[in-house]
Design a protein around this ligand. Structure first.
Ligand code: ATP
Ligand code: MG
Length: 560
């Protein structure tokens, strides 16, 4: 039986349109990134939404690069965006570029001039801004508003031909300087910009503004529902106005609809490409794919899976009002996914040596260890056991009360997949630190052997690695990149002031030898600790692991 799920408000709008005569074959969506940075988890939300609608309605979804600002855009970003969408598991229909429409947009601008709906303004941008008025006061009409069509055509062509310097003229729509919607007060269509474009090279000296390019691109591609974030609500009127002026039923019959949803905000991070670029450029992180970044590439390197990210997008749903999603929701999704998929291994992050005094010198045993108790098909592996092992320092207390279920003197605990041991004595160095713990083991208590001794109930089970067999590994432990829940939500403080100085801790750890051939991207549960993945810096003789997430959400508790 299919799981019942109520429609989100965008699906309701589409269903309504279908009822009112829209046929399903007319449905088309798009994801329109500007290639001025790497995609982040907010974009993932929009990708899941648009491509999800495509799958649900069997409609095509275009990938459209909104590449109208050559000052900030690069091919590297185009490539990373494509890789990230594919990694998330989605397929676009057409790969489109707003820059492919530059000629069409230009021709339409000419049409607007000819209809008396656009004019060249030769004032500076500052002056024009001063004339904008306020929401309650109408703006001032530009002295150039009444230029003749012929003069406008001539100037606009000269702008296009590169005859004017940056900032000398703009093309504006002639709409209404008294409109209650400030965006309707003669918005810009074009600016002069002498800059090489990553696709069109030096063909153009004028570039279209976002509002002009975006809506017309949707119209050219015959996108039925153009879904964007709430801050574009006020742009909708302009979006519709622009399309109306060039609408031609015989050539492009469908008039796209813009609809808005709440952007994703996540706690303890920032989510604007401009700010993420700042973190990269100022070297607060190692790059766009630093595992602490909220970028898709950062999350991937951290060990997030496409399934977990899609599940997250689905879990938070589509909202009409802005809110902040707690990052623990995202962490919950990856934990749940990896719990099903990640093989279990033993790793000791903060080792202390344990000597099993009654275990024969030189003996070793290869014990069976279950790879994943959540997945029977995952099978078993062998782990080596010997007289000297490492356990976590925090798993031993010399003197403990009876609520401590780990190793202490005189009490029994089980070593995972191995034997029951009992603490006997400790060896300390001259400053009083424990250097060795001496224990005895019960040879009849081997896990899975079925003996009476093996079935004995002991309260604690510890993970461990055999000293002589263990591999040394670098482990990178991550904490939140910011110490504040809303780092960019403070008027008087820059978000960089909230950078968490302890967001990366690099340690030396010991892992079981089955990890010898672990390669980049492989994921594991380090038992009793959390989920880890092999970093791209890892080498065969120098394993490097990233901590994806702990087994439990400990952060909230510690930081309250
Ligand atoms: P940024 O401010 O991070 O640069 P943007 O909106 O300028 O974001 P675009 O490349 O223009 O980035 O966005 C591409 C698409 O992704 C747009 O449709 C946009 O609405 C959507 N999007 C961007 N950020 C978010 C977010 N936080 N939540 C949901 N959708 C988002
Ligand atoms: Mg943008």
């Amino acid at each position: 039986m299919e799981e019942y799920k109520s429609l989100n408000f965008l699906e309701q709008i589409i269903e309504e349109d279908l009822k009112n005569g829209y046929t399903q074959d007319k449905l088309r969506f798009r994801f329109p990134p500007e290639p001025n940075g790497y995609l982040h988890i907010g974009h993932a939300k929009s990708i899941c939404l648009n491509f999800g609608l495509g799958l649900k309605y069997n409609a095509s979804v275009n990938l459209r690069f909104d590449d109208t600002n050559p000052a900030k855009e690069e091919q590297e970003y185009v490539d990373s965006i494509k890789a990230d969408i594919q990694w998330l598991g989605f397929k676009w229909d057409k790969e489109c570029y707003a820059s492919d429409y530059f000629q069409q947009l230009y021709d339409w601008a000419i049409l607007l001039i000819e209809k008396g709906l656009a004019y060249v303004d030769s004032q500076s941008a500052e002056l024009i801004a001063q004339q904008k008025g306020t929401p309650t006061q109408p703006g001032l009409e530009s002295p150039y508003r009444t230029r003749s069509v012929a003069e406008n055509l001539e100037l606009f062509e000269a702008m296009k031909a590169g005859k004017f310097p940056n900032g000398s003229h703009v093309l504006r729509a002639k709409i209404d300087m008294a409109s209650s919607n400030m965006l309707m007060r003669d918005p810009f269509l074009y600016r002069v910009l002498h800059k090489t474009h990553h696709r069109t090279g030096n063909n153009w000296f004028i570039y279209p503004m976002y509002d002009w390019a975006h809506g017309e691109s949707d119209y050219i591609e015959q996108v039925s529902h153009s879904i964007c974030t709430l801050e574009f609500m006020m742009h909708r009127e302009l979006y519709e106005w622009f399309i109306k002026q060039v609408y031609d039923k015989n050539v492009l019959p469908l008039s796209p609809k813009q609809r808005e949803f709440a952007r994703l905000n996540l706690s303890y991070t920032v989510m604007s490409k401009r700010k993420l670029l700042q973190l990269v450029e100022q070297k607060h992180v190692s790059g766009w794919n630093d595992p602490r970044m909220p970028t898709i590439s950062g999350l991937r390197r951290r060990g997030y899976t496409p399934d977990a990210i899609r599940k997250f997008a689905d879990t938070i749903g589509v909202a009409k009002r802005d809110n902040i999603i707690n990052v623990s929701v995202l962490e919950f999704c990856i934990r749940e996914d990896l719990n099903k998929k990640a093989p279990r291994v033993m790793a000791v992050l903060d080792p202390v040596k344990v000597i099993i005094t009654n275990y024969p010198q030189g003996q070793e045993e290869w014990l069976d260890a279950e790879n994943n108790q959540e997945d029977e098909s995952a099978g078993y592996r062998k782990v080596p056991f010997s007289r000297e092992i490492f356990i976590e320092s925090e798993d031993f207390l010399e003197e403990a009360n009876n609520k401590f279920f780990r190793l202490t003197l005189g009490k029994e605990v089980r070593l995972k997949n191995a034997y029951i041991i009992k603490g006997e004595s400790v060896v300390k160095n001259e400053v009083g630190e424990i250097t060795e713990i001496h224990v005895r083991y019960d040879p009849d208590s081997k896990s899975g052997s079925g003996t009476e001794a093996s079935l004995r109930k002991v309260k604690g089970t510890l993970h461990w690695v055999s000293v002589q067999h263990a591999l040394k590994a670098e482990v990178r432990l991550y904490d939140r990149l910011f110490t504040d829940e809303t780092p960019d939500g403070h008027k008087d403080k820059d978000f960089l002031e909230f950078i968490n100085p302890g967001s990366l801790k690099v340690i030396e750890a010991y892992v079981e030898p089955s990890l010898e051939n672990a390669t980049t991207g492989n994921q594991y549960q380090f038992q009793r600790i959390g989920y880890f993945c092999v970093d791209s810096d890892s080498r065969k003789d120098r394993l490097v692991f990233n901590k994806t997430v702990g087994l439990r959400d400990t952060w909230a508790k510690v930081n309250k």
